[in-house]
Design a protein around this ligand. Structure first.
Ligand code: ADP
Ligand code: MG
Length: 355
């Protein structure tokens, strides 16, 4: 009897908690997001041609945003994107925390995989946020990137498939990685250990007739040995920049470090891609930061920018990327747009690698 009572009580608690969660999510969604959602549903249901969608500028800002999303949905969703001729290794770095490195890594990686590419995410942050967002086990006993860096295990021993997205894989980070920064100091070739592991893994897959199209390395918010390993492992740096007041502070330090690595350890290293994240179209500050970044880095900054979105921030708590959690949301569409621009860079990046 006691057991039954207990069970009933628990169910009630769970359902009440669910309702509370729903209510708090509802209240978190801003009025404009709710309106945009509703309008987006209407426009999804209406059949038609991309040409029928009004150009931005003709109507209210909200209508413009919905029209822009609908256009992206019709032109990008479900499309195959061109794959690179050689594996592109991108280090997602910015020593500031909370700027959207992990969010960008997992969502761009998922978008590219959904568009037909084979993609590996290497979680190099001891917090393991990328592993969580990709629904990958990463408790202390799981073989992880720590074993690769410190013990020299092959990547193939630790890589796991992402359960929701075919073609997407993850080398998880466990809490062990927190000690790696110190343990690496005394190891031989401490800066090139990740590079060796990635090259070997790409070659192994090649021998089996499989191509790895992209490797994304999600860095911790520091410029220590873990990040140095990431900078040596690939030739491209991908910098997410948050459209906030302090966004550009620290960027010159990051660029100086990249230059140092280029001079001493990896002559191919260059900033290939910058993505503006948490963009809020209603504030002048966001627009100012975006203008400044675009004027300094006209070739590297993607045209797509990622809006601040509740859907993006709640996806990880479901062990998902926003690309599967809510693929029609404006956050998911903007990551898909960023991915398609990155796929368009393929030809240029590969010819640079060969030169
Ligand atoms: N476009 C966005 N809209 C809303 N929240 C976001 C967005 N991008 C990231 N976030 C949230 O901001 C926080 C920091 O993002 P994260 O990707 O973990 O940054 P970093 O890896 O640089 O520390 C997380 O809670 C994340 O869910
Ligand atoms: Mg992170």
């Amino acid at each position: 009897m006691i057991g039954t009572d207990g069970a009933v009580g628990e169910t009630e608690v769970v359902s009440v908690q669910d309702e509370v969660d729903d209510v708090s999510r509802e209240t978190q969604l801003s009025e404009s997001e709710k309106a945009a959602d509703a309008l987006a549903r209407v426009s999804r249901e209406a059949s038609g041609d991309v040409a029928d969608i009004p150009e931005a500028g003709a109507d209210t800002p909200l209508a413009q945003a919905v029209a822009a999303d609908t256009r992206k949905r019709m032109t990008l969703v479900g499309r195959e994107l061109p794959r690179p001729a050689h594996t592109r290794v991108l280090t997602v770095a910015n020593q500031k925390g909370g700027v959207g490195k992990t969010t960008t890594t997992v969502n761009v990686a998922a978008a590219l995989a959904q568009a037909g590419a084979t993609v590996l995410v290497i979680d190099l942050d001891p917090q393991g946020n990328a592993s969580t967002a990709l629904g990958i086990e990463h408790h202390a006993e799981v073989p992880s990137i720590y074993d690769v860096l410190v013990d020299g295990d092959p990547l193939s021993k630790v890589v796991q498939p992402c359960p929701d997205v075919p073609g997407l894989f993850c080398a998880p980070a466990t809490i062990d990685l927190a000690g790696a920064e110190i343990e690496l100091v005394s190891l031989v070739a401490r800066e090139t250990r990740l590079h060796k592991a990635v090259s070997k893994y790409v070659a192994e897959l090649g021998e089996q007739g499989q191509a790895l199209d992209y490797v994304f390395i999600d860095c911790p918010p520091s410029l220590g040995l873990l990040t140095v390993n990431a900078f040596v492992a690939g030739s491209e740096v991908f910098i997410p920049i948050q459209c906030e007041y302090y966004a550009l502070e620290g960027l010159s330090q990051l660029l100086k470090n990249i230059e140092l690595i280029r001079d001493h350890l990896n002559p191919n290293l260059h900033v290939s891609t910058i993505l503006l994240t948490m963009f809020d179209g209603r504030t002048r500050l966001s627009a100012q930061v975006a203008d400044e970044v675009r004027s300094h880095f006209p070739d590297q900054t993607l045209k797509a920018s990622v809006p601040r979105s509740v859907r993006i921030s709640e996806a990880p708590s479901h062990g998902q990327t926003v690309m599967t959690y809510d693929p029609n949301s404006s956050g998911a569409l903007s990551y898909l747009e960023a991915a398609s621009e990155m796929a368009a860079q393929n030809a240029a990046e590969n010819s640079e690698d060969r030169s």
